[in-house]
Ligand binder design. Structure first.
Ligand SMILES: Nc1ncnc2c1ncn2[C@@H]1O[C@H](COP(=O)(O)OP(=O)(O)O)[C@@H](O)[C@H]1O
Ligand SMILES: [Mg+2]
Length: 245
């Protein structure tokens, strides 16, 4: 019978039950566990493994630059960001309302860390998430355009429930970069959430994007439903280094 169980598990794609049923069955008979509880525990182990696998897949697909959680963020070192507001974002209600989060401020103060930690929370809740720098997003779309794939490519950036566009403003997005960014943001508008980080104030976006008309159209959509964190302070790493000296 044992080999039949394994065979049925294989046919039904139940690898965890296949792996664990015999030790669970042994325990169950030792402890006089009712049949229904035994069945329930089999299904539970399969479900837990399945959820773990899909979270690992979502994590891989998200291409986060690092995996840091909110518990690794030192709020006392960053008084310009309100911990309660960040914790509210972690309940992901902004995603259910298709709102955007924007983190603004100088380099090294934890903008990407906060964006990533909220991304991790979204992944844990089962949301498809994708992380990309503004520069890479534009480069990929430009390449797709040159290869006549511009119709399909934006899907990578439109399909995820949460798109994180990092480092807006570190590099100028010349050569129709603004146009590509506009395409992605307009297609996601009121359909999915964005998290954006930038070291430039909104007033400087015209310059970064090399096109003030598109910049204001992008800002118009982006800011319509958004929660903005204006951050300041000195680079966390530099501060840490100085304090060690
Ligand atoms: N308040 C903080 N608590 C803990 N680590 C921090 C904090 N601020 C920044 N860091 C760390 O410093 C480094 C730079 O932060 P990052 O989020 O990349 O900055 P930014 O995106 O604003 O340039 C990262 O390793 C990040 O985890
Ligand atoms: Mg950053």
């Amino acid at each position: 019978m044992n080999h039949l169980i394994d065979e049925y598990c294989k046919a039904l794609h139940l690898p965890t039950i296949s792996k664990k049923w015999s030790s669970l069955a042994e325990q169950a008979s030792k402890n006089n566990v009712p049949y229904s509880s035994f069945l329930c525990s089999l299904l539970e182990v399969e479900l837990a493994e399945k959820q773990e696998r899909s979270m690992q897949t979502l994590l891989k697909l998200a291409r986060l630059p690092f995996r840091k959680t909110i518990d690794e963020f030192d709020f006392t070192a960053q008084p310009s960001v309100n911990e309660r507001r960040i914790r509210e974002c972690l309940n992901l209600s902004f995603m259910r309302q298709y709102e955007n989060l924007v983190f603004l401020g100088p380099p090294g103060i934890g903008k990407t860390h906060l964006a990533v930690s909220i991304g991790l929370q979204a992944i844990a809740a089962g949301y498809k998430t994708y992380f990309i720098s503004a520069h890479d997003l534009v480069t990929q779309l430009r390449k797709a355009d040159q290869e006549n794939r511009l119709e399909q490519k934006p899907r990578t950036f439109v399909k995820p429930s949460l798109l994180i566009i990092d480092e807006m403003g570190y590099m100028r997005l010349n050569d129709s970069g603004a146009h590509y960014l506009f395409q992605v943001i307009s297609r996601r508008y009121e359909r999915g959430s964005l998290i954006l980080t930038s070291n430039k104030s909104f007033g400087e976006w015209g310059e970064i994007l090399g096109d003030t008309v598109i910049a204001s159209a992008i800002l118009d959509m982006l800011l319509h439903h958004s929660i903005i964190f204006n951050m300041e302070g000195e680079s966390y790493r530099l501060k840490e280094k100085r304090e060690k000296l």
